[in-house]
Design a protein around this ligand. Structure first.
Ligand code: AMP
Ligand code: MG
Length: 351
């Protein structure tokens, strides 16, 4: 179903003889499991939101600049923030990239399909709009069967950032997408809740040393186990560099509407205001001294960081909707996917 706009002409006041009333009837876009319908839209140059194991993506034919332009328009994403191109098979790599280093090949071999994005030298066929004019392209083979079938059905590389408005919380189920973009896209390809729940790890493989551009669904430790030394890119690299390597890694991102602060210990919780607490483990009320909190979200009762990542964005959404003054997040252990979640929290808290 589409958005329909109905215009009524009515006789108005003396200043305007005729007034136009725009009654916008918002009909929700279709949430479906029909992969062929989604594939047809992509082939026609339209946008489709679709399930992946990381977060839901907003996809378009990566080789069609007009289709890709719609992604930036719908998301209100700045053009300096390049997109990840999704493929279903390593056979498609040769079309998009001119060089696959031995490190990149090893990472691809171990982690694809999965939540790992490799930044590789690009070929001309990839539109500049996709890469924000960079001479590299970010590529991923997702593991989610729905994403893979969509990619296979279209026989096209699909450029897809997360299916949310720029800077806001990433969607981890079809309804999350509908809430933010339901009146702007035609179809959401439902594949259930995302099992990884945070975005992919982005590794640049263009020089001698692989560079971690963004922590994500594959932990730094797993990457190091696979390829040895990895350079960690810091936000300052981008802020101070004239030619940023990963321009989309902005300090503020992934933000709920409610103010968010991070604390290292429950003692640091603010003592006034309606507070919603986000923590890895359940916290005993006594740990909070006299402090009352209005809402609480626990990421994993057993402290499992993978489960925590899968629950992370949904938990933030729930806190955001609970009418509190402030979200207070307890920093997670800086290891495994805890590092990824802390990275998202830092950006959500940035002002
Ligand atoms: P998102 O679309 O929000 O998942 O973000 C994609 C991430 O990959 C952003 O941080 C981009 O800056 C980064 N990225 C995409 N393409 C490139 C590229 N060619 N070089 C470096 N970073 C990239
Ligand atoms: Mg995003």
């Amino acid at each position: 179903m589409r958005n329909t706009r109905v215009f009524f002409l009515v006789w108005g006041s003396s200043e305007s003889l005729v007034q136009v009333i725009d009654l916008r009837i918002m009909m929700k876009c279709e949430i479906t499991r029909d992969i062929q319908a989604a594939a047809n839209l992509i082939q026609e140059g339209e946008l489709v939101a679709f399930a992946t194991e990381t977060v839901y993506g907003l996809g378009a034919n990566a080789l069609n600049p007009e289709a890709v332009a719609q992604i930036f328009a719908v998301k209100q994403r700045p053009h300096f923030d390049p997109l990840i191109v999704h493929i279903y098979s390593t056979h498609q790599l040769a079309e998009l990239t001119s060089e696959i280093s031995s490190t990149a090949a090893r990472l691809a071999d171990v982690f694809w399909p999965g939540p790992l994005t490799l930044v590789l030298p690009k070929k001309k066929v990839v539109p500049d709009l996709v890469t924000s004019g960079l001479d590299s392209v970010a590529i991923r083979i997702p593991a989610h069967p729905v994403a893979r079938k969509l990619l296979e059905s279209t026989q096209l590389p699909i450029a897809a950032p997360s299916a949310n408005k720029f800077g806001r919380l990433s969607p981890t189920c079809a309804n999350d997408v509908a809430e933010q973009l339901g009146d702007e896209i035609k179809l959401i390809l439902d594949g259930g809740p995302c099992t990884v729940g945070v975005e992919s790890t982005v590794i640049q493989c263009v020089g001698d040393l692989p560079v971690l551009l963004r922590p994500g669904g594959i932990s730094l430790e797993e990457i190091q186990d696979c390829v040895g030394e990895v350079r960690l890119a810091e936000i300052e690299d981008y802020a101070e560099s004239n030619s940023p390597v990963s321009p989309g890694m902005l300090p503020k991102h992934y933000a709920p509407s409610t103010r968010l602060m991070i604390v290292d210990h429950p003692d640091q919780l603010p003592e006034t205001g309606a507070i919603g607490v986000l923590s890895l483990f359940p916290l005993e009320v006594t740990e909070f001294r006299d402090c009352h909190f209005s809402a609480q979200q626990i990421l994993s009762p057993t402290g499992d960081l993978k489960i925590a990542a899968a629950n992370f964005f949904a938990a933030l959404r729930k806190l955001d909707a609970s009418g509190i003054d402030q979200i207070v997040a307890l920093r997670l252990p800086e290891k495994g996917l805890g590092r990824t979640i802390n990275n998202r929290l830092e950006r959500a808290a940035a002002s």
